[in-house]
Design a protein around this ligand. Structure first.
Ligand code: HEC
Ligand code: HEC
Ligand code: HEC
Ligand code: HEC
Ligand code: HEC
Length: 226
């Protein structure tokens, strides 16, 4: 019987079967990567603001505490953004003619809040609360990074579910004394109040002391989706 198919067809068939498998896997991998990419999460993306407010200048340079501007961060789910009045305590006296600050003066004169571009924004079906974290010794830096090195604000973390869970599994890796929550450069190994401790040994002690929720509770779906 004459061969219906040329022997090369076998090779072609094999190549195309494997080709399809690899192509599918490749596309899946790309889609997975895409969803987690900084392009989608906008992690590390500097966002333009109506006024180029610099945390680097105001926090690192002038040493202003977070709570001076984010007044509700200890008591509420919401950290709060400063009212124009807060800026004007200083800027009614300094940099009063700077064009950069024109939107601040306009806002003050017209009694209209500055519309800051939101950098962090969780979807509505996720429950988040600042005061719970802050009062249990989770520092701003653990979630927002070193904002005192940011001339304009960006997102240091992805804010994806995996990111929340990673910390909820082992909070001892980040816990610090409550009075160090606002210190962006706290290092337990150099804290004279806790000699001989490392992050892990101190974290484990604080976990007991602050009566943290159990690991199971912290990973329970209804903790964040209620
Ligand atoms: C002098 C006032 C001031 C101080 C002090 C200050 N901030 Fe801010 N912060 C602002 C303003 C104004 C914005 C909105 C503009 C922007 O995003 O940069 C903001 C935005 C933010 C955002 C992003 C909000 C969003 O849109 O998601 C974070 C996070 C933040 N601040 C953290 C901190 C931390 C942490 C500290 C202390 C280490 C701090 N800030 C100190 C004024 C301040
Ligand atoms: C405690 C005083 C104080 C407060 C409160 C304050 N600023 Fe400033 N701001 C300064 C000083 C001082 C400078 C000059 C900083 C420099 O040149 O290093 C400055 C500079 C600026 C500049 C010029 C660019 C820069 O960063 O150098 C902008 C814009 C600005 N501030 C916006 C704001 C806004 C918006 C607020 C309110 C959310 C605010 N500031 C609150 C003291 C303050
Ligand atoms: C456990 C992580 C975590 C810690 C700790 C944390 N934040 Fe946030 N922060 C977030 C998340 C998540 C959002 C976005 C919330 C949303 O979209 O509802 C946010 C939003 C913000 C905003 C925007 C306004 C708001 O409340 O939505 C500011 C300002 C802010 N944080 C400041 C701070 C400061 C200052 C500290 C330290 C005292 C701090 N954060 C500690 C995770 C954290
Ligand atoms: C860096 C560590 C860290 C990250 C990141 C973090 N958390 Fe938490 N979270 C904690 C700790 C520690 C507690 C424990 C508070 C307690 O035991 O009362 C907590 C508690 C909570 C609670 C309170 C549970 C309750 O009923 O009291 C909610 C809700 C929550 N986290 C949501 C989130 C969400 C949503 C994210 C991500 C957007 C997130 N957390 C990211 C450390 C973290
Ligand atoms: C520590 C907080 C936390 C816990 C616990 C948690 N989630 Fe989420 N979940 C989130 C956050 C934050 C997002 C939003 C992610 C984003 O915007 O990319 C999310 C998103 C989702 C989504 C939307 C799809 C997606 O992946 O973005 C689903 C579905 C979901 N969660 C299901 C669950 C289930 C089921 C559980 C329990 C096994 C659970 N979550 C536990 C924080 C949490």
């Amino acid at each position: 019987m004459p061969q219906l198919f040329h022997p090369a067809t076998n090779t072609i068939a094999r190549v195309s079967i494997f080709g399809t498998i690899f192509l599918t896997a490749g596309l899946g991998w790309m889609a997975w990567g895409y969803e987690r990419s900084s392009y989608i999460t906008r992690q590390g993306d500097v966002r333009p603001q109506p006024v180029p407010f610099s945390h680097e200048h105001h926090v690192r340079g002038l040493g202003i505490d977070c709570r001076y501007c984010h007044t509700s961060v200890e008591d509420s789910y919401f950290a709060g953004l400063p009212a124009t009045k807060v800026c004007m305590t200083c800027h009614s006296q300094m940099w009063t003619n700077a064009p950069l600050l024109q939107p601040v003066r306009d806002s003050w004169v017209n009694n209209r809040p500055i519309s800051w571009t939101r950098v962090h924004n969780l979807p509505g079906f996720v429950y988040f609360n600042h005061s719970i974290h802050v009062n249990k010794g989770v520092g701003c830096v653990s979630c927002h990074g070193e904002v005192d090195g940011m001339p304009l604000m960006w997102k240091a973390s992805s804010l994806q579910m995996e990111w929340c869970l990673e910390c909820h599994r082992e909070p001892e890796r980040v816990l610090r004394p409550r009075d160090e929550v606002f210190n962006l450069h706290y290092d337990p190994a150099r804290d004279p109040k806790h000699p001989g401790e490392t992050q892990l040994t101190l974290g484990r002690k604080l976990k007991e002391q602050y009566h943290l929720l159990s690991r199971e509770q912290l990973q329970n779906c209804s903790t964040c989706h209620r």
